[in-house]
Design a protein around this ligand. Structure first.
Ligand code: T1G
Length: 707
């Protein structure tokens, strides 16, 4: 077993170094070796004090998240946590001063180890935090008991329920860190430890008293936090468990509070919410790994960019570059369109400023990075161009032909198309190796997902550069294949197919939308169509019809095209699936016309409309998604099921605590999903064709899409 924790004495101070790259996660062996090293330091006559420090770029980033999967029952967790709590009490009971020297991150178990030390010193740019709630769990090694004693209950509650890290200076001001050290952290920590040894000073956090007033204030803070969480923490339990644990410690003391924390942690760690959030933690990191594109694939530097099209998407894309400090040309066909686009961009920044997230100076500085133009002047200087022109094949091909002529041979040419064939654009450009899709999600400057659509001839370094660029643009890049609709919209077609058919069969627009928002989506299918624009889908259907295709198998509802013909595009026209107070208003009311149209369309199909239970609505929509997702996987348009989950969580706000459509299907059970597909096929028609991969996995008794 390699030494995960090293021990050496420097200037009569035992230096205990945790070395478990890349983030010094607390695997079981690391816990044990910390325990042994501290005991060794206590017994070492040559050491008057001890310092605990992380090797590499960080202190400790927390417990090893992978380890939690072995905990099958709350009892498993109770057994394991008894050991962890006892270990940290042994650390805290060390008879010599023990100092945690923090650089990088002290998160989760890392912060709990630091709080079990007698003192904490930190580099100025270090961060501390308890992000467990982001994994659907709570601090499980005494954090809900020690943090209130160090930082006060209110700040402890805030940190443990929002999971956000706190920078070292704020941590010092709050009492979590004793000193901020400039220069060599270890040398400073050794000097600090020697001073504490000379003063024979030891401070056990668990023995810090909480006064009656502080306890009362803390209990009030717990009540207030519960009220706040009732509004903000939709569908999740862990944040509430944090409050229960902190409250128990305030009411009944450290030991009772620790037991309560362990019980609450035990229930959280085996919950589907936590498994889903832990799945998402790794899935979003795995999504950046493309099998045939190794980490050391050369990448190009993106110093200057350009965007063609200053509409809603083009403007948002230009903002992404400007926000990342990359100068960007923004081209439109004429001054009027350009002016409109810039006005929208400025309005977006002013809204951000009104929320206190940008200063007026920052707005001007960022806007100055966007250079409006109606010509291709300067395009020969840029490293990447993203076209965001109208979703029309001929127009896009013409645009790529022009771009191929006005840009450098090594300039990356990206399309923001949401569905169309990237390879056709590539051919038009004359430089297919430089062409790929960069599919942003509306609003492009907000949604984190970037679908990186790989064309047949897209070169590896262009893909690698896109993955690196997505991080720079604060996006989560997922590489997908070039099928119609790529991954997000290809599957969405099946999501919408069921929504439309359920409407004609008897459900209502508000009912269907509410089922999906209760499930955790930010907006239901109809609300989403009204935001995206019914015209966008209609034009794609027209294009598909022109090449003899449809977006999804099965009966196609005529209602969307009827609304399009009526000029009801959604919010932007003041009417769509709902009625709005005015164009672009968000105040909507159900429209009886839709029910009437559903009656008409049902009659044409010889359907007797019926009341439909919410459960059927959710099941048909989610199973349609998962079934098509299985096809996407077996056709290799997505590398792994987790990529699809990341796409839906980051592209459409699919609730992370459900883990994404593929993980959710696994929690339903693949055999159940398949049997439902067979049931729907019998009830509704052969278009409910089970994906071969789903059948193969169920036959093989598999419970996961990850083969
Ligand atoms: N466990 C296992 N692997 C981890 C890990 C962890 N805690 N943290 C990171 N990794 C892996 C990650 O998957 C990636 O792997 C590599 O390290 C680099 O990570 C008892 C119960 C620290 C801010 O939630 O937030 O403690 O892809 O790409 O961008 O009460 O990692 O290279 O194979 O994210 O520099 C609480 C989770 C755990 C912190 C660094 N701690 N980590 O970000 O690198 S629960 C957390 C992060 C707990 C206790 C409880 C970030 C980071 P690969 P990365 P980064």
């Amino acid at each position: 077993m390699p030494d995960l924790v090293r021990y050496e004495v420097k200037d009569r101070v035992a230096v205990i170094t945790i070395d478990n790259p890349p983030v010094n996660a607390l695997a079981p062996a690391v816990w044990e070796q910390i325990d042994q090293a501290v005991a060794r330091g206590v017994a070492d006559a040559g050491a008057d004090a001890m310092v605990l420090v992380g090797a590499g770029t960080t202190f400790i980033a927390g417990a090893d998240i992978k380890v939690f999967d072995v905990l099958k029952t709350p009892q498993d967790s109770m057994t394991r946590s008894a050991g962890t709590h006892a270990l940290l009490r042994r650390v805290e009971d060390a008879s010599k001063p023990l100092v945690a020297a923090i650089h990088g991150n002290a998160l989760g178990g890392g912060m709990e180890v630091a709080m079990s030390c007698h003192f904490r010193v930190a580099a100025k740019d270090a961060k501390v935090g308890q992000p467990e709630v982001l994994l659907g769990i709570i601090p499980g090694a005494g954090g809900t008991q020690r943090l209130p004693r160090l930082a006060g209950a209110e700040l402890a509650l805030q940190m443990c329920t929002d999971g956000k890290p706190v920078a070292a200076p704020k941590a010092k001001a709050a009492g979590m860190v004793d000193e901020i050290l400039e220069g060599d952290l270890l040398a400073g920590a050794i000097a600090f430890a020697k001073k504490k040894a000379a003063a024979r000073e030891i401070r056990k956090v668990r023995e810090i008293a909480i006064s009656a007033d502080a306890a009362k204030a803390g209990l009030d803070a717990c009540a207030k936090m519960r009220e706040s969480l009732a509004k903000t923490a939709r569908g999740v339990k862990a944040p509430f468990a944090v409050v229960d644990a902190v409250e128990a410690g305030l009411k009944d003391g450290f030991d009772a509070g620790s037991i309560r924390e362990r019980e609450l942690f035990a229930n959280c760690v085996v919950s589907i919410e936590s498994k889903a959030l832990r799945h998402m933690f790794f899935a979003e990191r795995e999504a950046a790994k493309v099998p045939d594109i190794p980490k050391d694939t050369p990448t190009r530097e993106i110093k200057r960019a350009a965007v063609v099209g200053a509409g809603t998407m083009g403007g948002g894309i230009a903002m992404n570059y400007a926000n990342a400090g990359i100068p960007v040309l923004l081209k439109e066909v004429d001054e009027a369109a350009l002016k409109k686009g810039l006005a929208t961009i400025r309005k977006n920044y002013e809204i951000t400023m009104s929320k206190g997230k940008m200063t007026a100076e920052q707005v001007e500085k960022t806007m100055a990075l966007i250079t409006p133009t109606t010509t291709y002047d300067g395009f020969d200087q840029v490293d990447i161009v993203t076209e965001a022109v109208f979703e029309n094949m001929d127009l896009k091909k013409a645009t790529f032909k022009e771009l191929g002529a006005v840009t450098r041979p090594d300039c990356i040419l990206a399309s923001n198309s949401s569905t169309l064939d990237i390879d056709q654009f590539a051919q038009s450009s004359g430089r297919p190796a430089q062409v790929l899709g960069h599919h942003y999600f509306s609003p492009a400057n907000v949604m984190k997902l970037l679908e990186i659509v790989r064309g047949r001839e897209t070169s590896r370094d262009v893909i690698a550069t896109s993955l690196k660029l997505s991080k720079k643009l604060n996006k989560t890049g997922v590489v997908v294949g070039n099928c119609f609709g790529f991954v997000a919209n290809r599957m969405l077609a099946y999501y919408m197919r069921e929504a439309y058919l359920l409407l004609e069969e008897g459900a209502s627009v508000p009912q269907i939308d509410k089922v999906l928002t209760d499930f955790g989506l930010p907006v239901g299918p109809y609300g989403m169509q009204d935001i995206a624009g019914i015209d966008v889908g209609a034009r794609i259907r027209q294009y598909l019809a022109s090449i003899g295709k449809t977006r999804a198998e099965g009966p196609q509802s005529a209602i969307p095209d009827r609304l399009f013909e009526m000029g009801r595009y959604g919010q932007k026209t003041g009417a769509g699936w709902y009625k709005y107070d005015a164009p672009f208003s968000r105040n909507r009311t159900p429209d009886p016309l839709i029910e009437q149209m559903a009656e008409e369309e049902a009659a044409k199909r010889g359907l007797k409309r019926r009341p439909i239970a919410d459960e059927e609505i959710l099941a048909r929509i989610m199973i349609a998604l998962a079934n098509e997702g299985a096809r996407v996987l077996e056709e290799h348009y997505a590398t792994r099921a987790g990529d699809i989950d990341v796409i839906y969580c980051y592209g459409f706000g699919y609730p992370r605590h459900r883990g994404g459509p593929m993980f959710y299907a696994e929690t339903v059970g693949l055999a159940t999903v398949l049997s439902r597909v067979h049931e729907y096929r019998a009830r509704f028609g052969d278009y409910w064709e089970p994906a071969p991969l789903l059948e193969k996995l169920v036959t093989a008794g598999k419970s996961s899409f990850e083969q």
